[in-house]
Design a protein around this ligand. Structure first.
Ligand code: SAH
Length: 265
């Protein structure tokens, strides 16, 4: 059986318990070496075959899986973060289905969650943004029509932009063209959760110069939106004046007010 496992964003203790157990039981681990922390392989059992997929084609990955299957091995296909985000797992799963090879998927902590954690940010704030757009700049992989950065920027929602750290000039231009104000807060998070993690706060207008100054051109996420700013409204869920299934309103309670102002992220 093949288990697609999310390795988490980098820190070895951010893999799930289920993922860790499978890694320890695996006879073969095929890992995305460009981003998966190699320390995760240290708990593999003796004799486990570890293959770095960075230098392999889809065909070679499938051949290794099929070989393992023939030998009755447990194979872990280890993808960075959560496999459902830019993981290229669909094509592997479809071929395995055709070949009659069983597989399942173990989710992982995506780097976009790790970036929020290190920024101590909440992507969805009442009155500011109730949506998160996960996207990328068009590079050698084309982006379908109507799904360009400027199209999404028009929504003024929170954006988390993957795979674009080397394209920040263009990204900045597209964000501005799409309608973000130049002073909209932004952040660059490099290697979230790794020991060498770095984070920089800036604005949409200073994204490119910040990355250049700090020498960031890969393995980074760009977070954009007013959720990184100071102002927001408090949640209704915990508001004394608000009733819901688990709690009755307490209208008499003294409140902290509805409009909140915190520190910029
Ligand atoms: N499935 C992964 C994403 C793979 S695409 C996930 O869920 O996180 C690879 C891109 O993800 C990188 O170019 C970078 O933009 C981002 N990325 C992956 N790990 C990261 C990390 N620890 N910190 C910041 N960005 C990261």
């Amino acid at each position: 059986m093949i288990h697609f496992v999310g390795a988490g964003p980098g820190a070895v203790d951010l893999i799930t318990v289920r993922g860790q157990k499978l890694l320890e039981a695996a006879d073969q681990i095929i890992y995305a070496g460009s981003l998966v922390n190699p320390a995760l392989l240290e708990n593999a059992k003796e004799g486990c075959r570890c293959l770095d997929s960075a230098g392999m084609t889809l065909e070679e990955v499938i051949a290794a899986m099929a070989e393992g299957e023939g030998k009755g091995w447990l194979t872990v296909r280890l993808h960075t973060g959560d496999p459902s985000v830019y993981g290229a797992i669909r094509e592997q799963m479809d071929i395995l289905s055709k070949m009659g090879i069983a597989y399942d998927v173990v989710p992982g902590v995506s780097s976009f969650s790790a970036a929020a954690a290190t920024l101590k940010a909440e992507y969805t704030l009442p009155g500011i943004s109730q949506s998160v757009i996960i996207t990328r700049m068009e590079g050698r992989t084309p982006v379908p029509e109507h799904q360009k950065i400027a199209d999404y920027a028009a929504h003024q929602a929170t954006m988390v932009i993957f795979l674009s750290a080397s394209l920040l000039d263009g990204l900045q231009r597209e964000l501005l063209r799409g309608g973000y104000a130049p002073d909209t807060p932004a952040a660059i998070v490099y290697k979230a959760s790794w020991p060498e993690e770095k984070k920089f706060s800036c604005t949409v207008a200073t994204l490119s110069e910040t990355a250049q100054r700090e020498g960031i051109s890969k393995t980074a996420l760009i977070v954009v939106g007013r959720v990184l700013g100071r102002e927001y409204e408090r949640s209704l869920l915990y508001h004394p004046a608000f009733s819901h299934g688990c709690r009755k309103a307490q209208p008499q309670t003294q409140t902290y007010g509805d409009h909140r102002e915190g520190t910029e992220k």
